[in-house]
Design a protein around this ligand. Structure first.
Ligand SMILES: [Zn+2]
Length: 456
C-alpha cells in the first residue's frame, strides 16, 4: 500500500476530541509515576488531550530508539513502528521495502503469515504504509496478548526480513521479467511495479515534476512509491543497502496505544530487538537541494494511449516557497488553506466562473526543505495555466484585503461538526492516529509535534 501526502486532518482531529471526551482517561496524578524499564530512559511525560491519554516518551539507552506510550481506556490497542525513509530516487525503494518486509522474517519465515494473521479473531487492523518521508507499520488488536505477539512479528519483520538473504522476494515484490508463454513477448511484472503502473497517473507525475521544479535536487521531488519507468532500475543491492541504512532502531519511533497492562512485556520485547544494534547518527540534510532564486515555470508531457481524449486533461501546479515560517504561521497556514478550499471561498467561486471544467485546491507542506503553499488544479487545458496563476494571485490579494467573512468560517465549523458525527463511528482510532503522530515526528523532528498541533 502506498499513501500519498496525508495532510493534517483537521476534521478527523475534532472528531477524536469528541469521541474521547467521553472516555475516562488517566489523570496527571496517576501519570506522575511513570515506571522505569530496563534498557530505557524516561524522557518526558505529558497529557495527550485529544485522545485523553497519558503520554510517556522513553529512549532506548543503547540505540536511541524512541518509544511513546499513549495510555487511555481504549481496548482497541495498537502498536506501530515507523522509520524515517527518504526517497533517494524514483525507483520506489521505500515502497518495495514496505511490501518486502512483510514477506517473511527470520523468526516468521512463512510468506503467507501476514495474510493468515490479518484474519484472526481480535485482530482489528494490520497494515503497512509508505509516505513521502516515512514508512509505518501499525497493527491493532482487542486482545493485549495477541498484540504482543503481533508486535513480535512486526519487529522481526522490519529488523530481520528474509528479503536480506532471499532475492526471490525482490523479484516477487519489486520487478521481474515474465513470459506468458515461450514465444510471448518479455513483460515486466512484480507487485509494486504492477501497483504503480496502475497508480501512476498524470496527477502523480505532475506532483513529482512540480516538487522537482520547486525544490531542485531535493528528495521531496522523488517518487517514494516508484515511477514505473524507473522501478526496473532498482537492484536487489539497492534494497538491502536501504535496509542497512534506514531500518535501524536509532531511526525509529515505536508507539503503543490504548489500555495497557503488559507494558513491561512490550518494553522488554522492543529492548530485545533494539539491543542487537549499535547506536547510529541519523541526519537528513537533503544535500543536493539547490533553492530556486526566481519564478520558474516548466511544462511536462504525459504519454497517453493513442486516440485518448486529452481535452481538459492537464494538471497544473503552482507553489510558493515561504521563508522564516514559525509554528504559529503553520497553524494559520493550515486554517487559511482549509478556508480557501471551501466551496464558498472567493478562490473556489472564481474557479467556477472562470475555469468551470476544472477543480482546484491548496494545502501547505512542511515536509519539503522549505515550507510551501501549494495550489493545484485538474480538468483544464495546459494553455490555461496562466489564467489559473492569475486567479490564485487575485484570490490571495482578495484575502489580504478582505479577510474571510464570518459565514465562511462558520461554514467550516459546521462541516467539521457533521464530519465529526460520522467519524465518531470509526472504530480504529489507534491505527489512524499513530501514523499521524509518526508522520509529524518525521516532518518536525519532535515526537510531540502532532500532540501540540492538535491540543493547541
Ligand atoms: Zn503498495
Amino acid at each position: 500500500m502506498m499513501r500519498h501526502k496525508t495532510r493534517h486532518p483537521l476534521l478527523w482531529l475534532t472528531a477524536l476530541v469528541m469521541l474521547f471526551g467521553l472516555l475516562p482517561g488517566l489523570s496527571l496524578a496517576e501519570q506522575a509515576e511513570a515506571p522505569a524499564y530496563p534498557g530505557f530512559v524516561l524522557m518526558e511525560q505529558s497529557q495527550f488531550t485529544l485522545v485523553n491519554a497519558a503520554a510517556t516518551l522513553y529512549e532506548h539507552e543503547k540505540t536511541g530508539a524512541l518509544v511513546l506510550l499513549l495510555e487511555n481506556e481504549d481496548t482497541n490497542r495498537t502498536f506501530d513502528i515507523s522509520f524515517r525513509t527518504p526517497a533517494l530516487n524514483d525507483t520506489g525503494v521505500p515502497h518495495v521495502f514496505e511490501h518486502a518486509t512483510l514477506g517473511g522474517s527470520k523468526k516468521y519465515p512463512s510468506k503467507s503469515l501476514f495474510f493468515n494473521l490479518s484474519h484472526q479473531t481480535y485482530n482489528t487492523y494490520m497494515n503497512a504504509m509508505t509516505t513521502d518521508i516515512m514508512t509505518t507499520y501499525p497493527i491493532a488488536s482487542l486482545s493485549e496478548d495477541q498484540l504482543l505477539r503481533y508486535a513480535d512479528y512486526y519487529l522481526d519483520s522490519v529488523f530481520n526480513p528474509m528479503l536480506m538473504e532471499d532475492a526471490s522476494i525482490f523479484s516477487e515484490e519489486a520487478w521481474r521479467y515474465s513470459l506468458a508463454s515461450e514465444d510471448a513477448p518479455l513483460e515486466l511484472a512484480g507487485t509494486v511495479y504492477t501497483e504503480m503502473k496502475g497508480a501512476y497517473t498524470i496527477n502523480t507525475a505532475a506532483r513529482f515534476n512540480f516538487f522537482k521544479t520547486l525544490f531542485p535536487g531535493s528528495v521531496s521531488g522523488n517518487s517514494f512509491g516508484g515511477d514505473p519507468q524507473h522501478i526496473p532500475e532498482m537492484t536487489f543491492e539497492d534494497l538491502t543497502n536501504y535496509h542497512d541504512a534506514y531500518y535501524h532502531p536509532s531511526n525509529s519511533l515505536s508507539i503503543l496505544y490504548g489500555k495497557l497492562t503488559q507494558k513491561a512485556e512490550f518494553m522488554q520485547l522492543m529492548d530485545s530487538y533494539f539491543s542487537a544494534f549499535e547506536k547510529k547518527e541519523f541526519t537528513f540534510t537533503d544535500e543536493n537541494y539547490v533553492p530556486i532564486t526566481e519564478h520558474t515555470e516548466v511544462t511536462h508531457e504525459f504519454a497517453v494511449e493513442a486516440g485518448s481524449d486529452t481535452k481538459n486533461g492537464a494538471v497544473v501546479y503552482l507553489g510558493y516557497v515561504l521563508e522564516g515560517v514559525t509554528k504559529e504561521d503553520e497553524h494559520v497556514m493550515d486554517l487559511l488553506t482549509t478556508l480557501i478550499n471551501e466551496p464558498s471561498s472567493y478562490f473556489q467561486q472564481e474557479m467556477k466562473k472562470r475555469l468551470p471544467a476544472a477543480s482546484a485546491g491548496c494545502y501547505y507542506d512542511n515536509t519539503t526543505p522549505e515550507i510551501a503553499v501549494v495550489f493545484s488544479a485538474t480538468g483544464m487545458n495546459a494553455e490555461q495555466a496562466q489564467d489559473f496563476r492569475e486567479l490564485v494571485d487575485e484570490a490571495l490579494i482578495h484575502i489580504r484585503e478582505n479577510g474571510f467573512d464570518k459565514e465562511a468560517v462558520e461554514a467550516v465549523a459546521a462541516a467539521t461538526r457533521l464530519e465529526l458525527l460520522l467519524t465518531a463511528e470509526e472504530p480504529n482510532v489507534g491505527p489512524n492516529l499513530l501514523p499521524s503522530v509518526a508522520y509529524s515526528w518525521t516532518a518536525d523532528g519532535d515526537v510531540n509535534a502532532y500532540q501540540q498541533y492538535v491540543d493547541n
